[in-house]
Write a protein that binds this ligand. Structure first.
Ligand code: NAD
Length: 388
């Protein structure tokens, strides 16, 4: 029988609730999973506790007590970005496995400390939820690049665009210093570039922009789903609050081996809801993925006489992660189950299906984020080596 592992989730927002569903599904979905995660406790804000308890959570509102509870083996940090550092450091000190939401931290210095503390305890999991690694299309793209299917990479284009950041959207932690679009969306795109190509920018030039300079404080937190999603369902309330971060970022960069690339992220692109993707152009072909068509990878093989893109279904034949049947489409919840499954494999010492994003990976993303900010502040190209 599989060993069990007690999981405590910190945060009852969008991610905390998605994760609770995922842990319960792991051992039902993956009957070969060597460890069965069991929901143990959860931290919620007091205003959320009642709803959480009704949906079956053992909800507590003392964050430190939940983290250090002797019965807890594994802490899953689904808190706002500015709270990751404290929660992670306390969890590691208490000897817990840690799965943390992205971005790992708010500053590079924090990320470095978190990575150092985690790597000093190699017996504990340190993983970050760069969730799109768990989508079979991206596992497939990574495999094609590793096999050098199309030769040398020449150009890369990444994007992560959403549309919810209009002027009617109220203030939330996502518009504070710790919550900008670059860390929120750009971090995913940077990690995905590395995951698929194995490369990180070596030099970059960036611009950041804030379209909406102040927003209304909705004076609600946590318990209302629409408010949590920043949709402003209750209409304007409260004071105007200054926005302290970017609505949009653009980056141009160079990669090892001579390729060039660009990355864009924004919350102000109407018509995009969660349009994350990349286009990779090689000497002899191209690969493209877009979350809007999440189960397919587009492949262009320039050696074939008939020119054109192939749209290849990636959840076929149980590729990467088992599917119920070919073409029964995967979505975000499935990727989350895959992520929790991978964490159990790693803790059990079994091979991962595709590499987990470690704190070191997330630290490297933070270094790039810091370089982007510096480039824009100083209006110049910067070398990544100066930020590690
Ligand atoms: N990997 C992904 O695809 C993905 C997607 C969305 C969010 N995220 C990340 O997940 C984390 C949480 O995001 P979310 O969308 O769930 O946020 P959210 O605002 O919906 O929920 C955050 C939760 O944290 C707790 N919280 C909020 N403010 C707090 C405070 N001041 N003190 C104590 N607890 C507080 C509450 O339980 C709240 O419900 C963030 O780091 C975010 O970047 C990741």
């Amino acid at each position: 029988m599989a060993k069990t592992l007690n999981v405590s989730i910190l945060g009852y927002g969008m991610m905390g609730t998605v994760r609770a569903v995922a842990y319960e599904a792991v051992s039902r979905y993956y009957t070969n999973c060597p460890i069965k995660p069991v929901l143990y406790q959860a931290f919620t804000l007091p205003v959320e506790a009642e709803a959480a308890k009704e949906s079956g959570w053992d909800a507590k509102s003392d964050l430190d007590a939940v983290i250090t509870d002797p019965g807890c083996d594994y802490v899953d940090v689904c808190l706002p970005n500015a709270m990751h550092y404290d929660a992670v450091m306390k969890a590691l000190a208490a000897g817990k496995h840690v799965f943390c939401e992205k971005p790992l931290s708010v500053t590079v210095d924090e990320a470095r400390e978190m990575m150092t503390a985690a790597e000093a305890k190699p017996e504990l999991l340190n993983a970050v939820n760069f969730i799109y690694r768990r989508c079979p299309s991206n596992v497939y793209a990574r495999q094609l690049v590793k096999e050098n299917k199309f030769g040398k990479l020449l150009e890369a284009r990444s994007f992560y665009n959403q549309s919810w950041g209009g002027p009617d959207t109220p203030y939330s932690w996502r518009f504070g210093k710790a919550g900008g679009t670059l860390g929120d969306l750009g971090s995913h795109a940077l990690d995905m570039l590395y995951y698929v190509t194995g490369m990180r920018p070596i030099e970059l030039c960036a611009m950041q922009h804030t379209h909406i300079k102040e927003r209304r404080d909705p004076k609600t937190v946590g318990s209302d789903l629409a408010a949590r999603m920043n949709r402003g369902a209750d209409g304007p309330q409260g004071e105007m609050v200054k926005v302290e971060t970017d609505d949009a970022t653009r980056i141009m960069y160079t990669l090892p081996g001579g390729a060039i690339g660009s990355l864009e992220c924004t919350r102000n692109a109407w018509g995009t809801e969660n349009t994350h993707g990349y286009e990779l152009y090689f000497e002899n072909g191209a690969i493209a993925w877009n979350y809007d068509d999440v189960n397919y990878l587009k492949i262009y093989d320039a050696s074939k006489p008939e020119r054109g893109w192939s749209r290849v279904l990636s959840n076929r034949g149980g590729f990467a992660y088992p599917s119920f049947a070919d073409g029964h489409m995967y979505g975000y919840r499935d990727f989350t189950v895959n992520a929790c499954y991978e964490n159990m494999l790693k803790i059990a010492g079994a091979d991962e299906v595709a590499p987990i994003a470690t704190f070191r990976d997330a630290y490297n993303v933070e270094c790039t984020i810091e370089a982007v900010r510096s480039s824009w502040e100083n209006r110049c190209w910067v070398k990544l080596a100066d930020f590690t």
